[in-house]
Design a protein around this ligand. Structure first.
Ligand code: HEM
Length: 367
């Protein structure tokens, strides 16, 4: 019994992680840390690098590996060329065009999935991919990022909520609960659409939708029941997901209370409650499922996984406290520690994958 490593996704995975590293670097610049910058436009590309270069590519890659349709590797490839060109060729639309083409590819992939299985979770993920595309089209055609971020948030929120619906099929929500979910998702999506005409109203409505989605998860997502599960890995994943939902609710509440922001501490708080608190925590929780699916290599759970999880959430609370109290230095340190938590997570994941590989080779030599 030996593991068969799937090597095809490795270059795409490496390029999406490299985009993540550049995006984190840009995040430090945006926080005000005085560090060198390799290209002058890096700080302004923080959002597109995170959303399209890293997450868009990673999410597409996960689907391509599952679907086993080779031409679909073109999507993470477009995303990778898109972020590289965006960094290297400034003041030209080539990079954004390639990233928008990647998101169009994302819609094609999800369209394929919906045609194969017409179910609520697939439709929700399809709408998520549409939001990625529409957000990128708005960005490409000159909208400011603070107007576009709602679409990018919708991309990630709908994709992750759709994925949760799919994985929750063991604890299948009743038809009534599914209808409530659809109604809540409708409010959220309506809010995002309204931002096109009335930014304040749309922001508050989408915030209400996010808050309601988080509340809906409590009785319906298995994560909340697994917080005291006897299996350590299941328990760890449950904590990642439940804390993620809490942050999505917090981000929704901030949008609902404060409305739209163009920059500054409240903008930072509203965005990163969702992008760091919800999205990154969900990634921490899904990594033990995604990596084995991508590479065919299991991840050995270790208690030390709780170090990066705890650090992420405490440092994010610090960052938001700094934001809302207008304490610039607190926010800077909170953001820096967010990055330390993420780097610890990446290090632990690589270590754990390499340990699995070593155990496999010992296994092969023994038998
Ligand atoms: C983990 C460390 C991170 C740090 C230190 C960081 C830092 C920042 C800062 C300081 C801003 C500017 C806020 C302002 O105008 O005051 C910003 C904006 C933004 N961040 Fe992050 N961020 C991080 C993670 C993320 C993640 C994981 C995502 C996406 C999944 C993300 C997406 C964005 C977007 C879309 C914007 C708006 C960009 C713009 O207006 O140009 N960030 N970030």
């Amino acid at each position: 019994m030996s593991m068969k490593i799937n090597r095809t996704p490795i270059p795409f995975l490496a390029l999406s992680l490299l985009a993540f590293i550049f995006a984190l670097w840009a995040g430090l610049l945006r926080l005000g840390w005085q560090i060198p910058t390799p290209v002058s436009s890096l700080a302004m590309l923080h959002g597109p690098l995170m959303i399209s270069g890293f997450l868009g590519a990673l999410i597409a890659l996960e689907r391509v590996v599952a679907l086993k349709i080779r031409w679909m590797y073109g999507v993470p490839l477009l995303a990778a060329t898109g972020w590289l060109v965006s960094l290297l060729v400034q003041n030209q639309p080539f990079g954004p065009i390639l990233l928008t083409a990647a998101s169009l590819g994302g819609v094609v992939i999800l369209g394929h999935i919906v045609r194969r299985e017409f179910a609520l979770h697939a439709v929700v993920m399809f709408l998520g991919s549409l939001a990625w595309l529409l957000g990128n089209i708005l960005w490409l055609t000159g909208s400011a990022i603070f107007q576009v971020v709602f679409w990018w948030q919708a991309f990630l929120i709908l994709t992750i909520c759709g994925e949760r619906l799919e994985l929750n099929r063991v604890l299948k929500p009743s038809r009534r609960q599914q209808n409530i979910f659809a109604a809540v998702a409708f409010v959220f999506i309506a809010g995002v659409i309204v931002t096109l005409f009335n930014l304040q109203l749309g922001t508050r409505l989408s915030g209400l939708g996010m808050l309601a989605l988080a509340v809906w998860s409590v009785p319906n997502d298995i994560a909340w029941r697994n917080l005291r599960h006897r299996l350590p890995l299941t328990r760890y994943i449950a904590w990642c997901l439940a804390l993620g939902f809490l942050w999505m609710g917090t981000g929704g509440a901030i949008n609902l209370v404060y409305g739209a922001q163009a920059a500054g501490p409240r903008y930072d708080a509203a965005l990163h409650a969702v992008f760091v608190g919800f999205v990154i925590s969900m990634i921490f929780g899904h990594a033990p499922i995604i990596f084995p699916a991508l590479l065919g290599v299991p991840i050995n759970f270790q208690k030390s996984f709780y170090i990066h999880l705890t650090l992420l959430h405490i440092s994010l609370a610090l960052r938001l406290a700094g934001d809302l109290a207008n304490q610039f230095t607190v926010r800077m340190w909170g953001g820096l520690l967010n990055e330390v938590a993420i780097l610890l997570f990446l290090g632990m994941t690589i270590y754990s994958v390499s340990r699995s590989l070593k155990q496999d080779s010992v296994f092969k030599h023994t038998f």
